[in-house]
Design a protein around this ligand. Structure first.
Ligand code: KG4
Ligand code: ZN
Length: 334
């Protein structure tokens, strides 16, 4: 049998990425050009700047991936590309590059949902065993996704306001930490103690939804009141208290959902999976159970195209195809 080689493109936010994988699980090339430095001074991703960088980087990143994998276009079974969700101007660069390649080399085009990609990053580490639960925590998303089989997604819980990573970034901004703030809060949290009382957003009993805006507001109020009274708040303790609230809610809901849905595996996905406190708390929670917890390495948790190729491989096998009228869809549903 011939190997199945998938080339994937990801450009939904601020990384221009191209990857090539073999037989759904083996990475031949995984190139990511990050734009973080260009967005830092604005404290967040500026859509127009993101699009311009994608235009500049896409052909360079593509060529590097082809060289790394040492293949020709004749070897490629399908071109997978992130269709959405994401910034529309950013998505369009990847979608148009993918369409051009598919058309020029007569290769099938496979659209991929960005969150499906984050989940399938896990398959590059370990084979999936169903049913499973995926916890997706990133700058744009916080979701609990139940999967009965490949390509089947049921969102059983999601954030009603800010995403987990967004809350981290906003709290970091209040503490005058650079963008993206998640890693800085994580580092400070380990130097402090959770001595400050902050709310836990459990929402309704049995709900797997999340909410982080109340927690974020509570942090802002504490800083504001302290500065008015001329009091000092140790940023380390505030970071530790904030992180404790996020982790307690996220881990408790994940554990409860995993038990209720009787899953065999729990997968962690998205940029916030880099959080050391979250990783440790999940490991501790699941180590006493029969449930297999999978946490991919960091370079597969943050945005990359290998994860899009992994999800694309499954979609390709299931027969999913797009025509040359494929568009980027900013609010695409899973
Ligand atoms: O998945 P990702 O690279 O981009 C999106 O698709 O959103 O996630 C980026 C997010 C940012 O909000 C960043 O602050 C957060 O992940 N992040 C972290 C950590 N490392 C990255 N949040 C908490 N702790 C970390 N160690
Ligand atoms: Zn992402």
């Amino acid at each position: 049998d011939k190997d199945q080689i998938i080339l994937a493109i990801e450009s939904s936010c601020d990384e221009t990425a191209v990857a090539i994988i073999k037989n759904g699980r083996e990475i031949l090339a995984n190139v990511v050009a990050s734009q973080i430095e260009s967005h830092k001074r604005f404290g967040g991703v500026v859509p127009e700047i993101a699009s311009r960088h994608h235009v500049e980087q896409i052909t360079i990143v593509l060529e590097e991936a082809m060289n790394q994998a040492a293949i020709t276009y004749d070897d490629i079974a399908a071109i997978a590309v992130t269709e959405g969700p994401g910034l529309v101007g950013a998505l369009l660069i990847g979608v148009n590059a993918a369409k051009a390649l598919a058309f020029a080399h007569n290769i099938p085009l496979v659209p991929v949902h960005h969150i499906a990609g984050h989940i399938y990053a896990n398959r590059l580490v370990k084979e999936m065993t169903f049913p499973l639960l995926a916890l997706v925590v990133s700058g744009g998303h916080t979701e609990l996704v139940y999967m009965k089989g490949h390509g089947s997604y049921e969102v059983i819980g999601e954030t009603r306001d800010d995403a987990a990573g967004e809350a981290y970034d906003k709290v970091a901004r209040q503490l005058n930490l650079p963008y993206p703030g998640g890693p800085h809060i994580d580092r400070l949290a380990h130097e402090g103690n959770p001595t400050i009382d902050l709310p836990r957003a459990w929402l309704e009993k049995d709900s797997f939804d999340f909410s982080f805006s109340g927690l974020k507001s509570a942090v802002i109020n504490i800083l504001h009141n302290a500065s008015q009274r001329g009091e000092e708040i140790r940023p380390e303790d505030l970071a530790a208290s904030f992180q404790a609230s996020v982790i307690e809610v996220v881990v408790t809901k994940t554990k409860y959902a995993a038990e209720k849905y009787n899953v065999k595996q729990v997968l962690l996905a998205g940029g916030v999976a880099a959080n050391k406190g979250l990783r440790a708390a999940l490991e501790k929670e699941f180590e006493k159970t029969d449930i297999d917890l999978v946490i991919p390495p960091l370079y597969l948790c943050t945005d990359n195209a290998a994860m899009i190729a992994a999800a694309g491989s499954i979609e390709f096998e299931k027969g999913k195809r797009a025509g040359l009228d494929l568009n980027g869809i900013p609010g695409l549903e899973l």
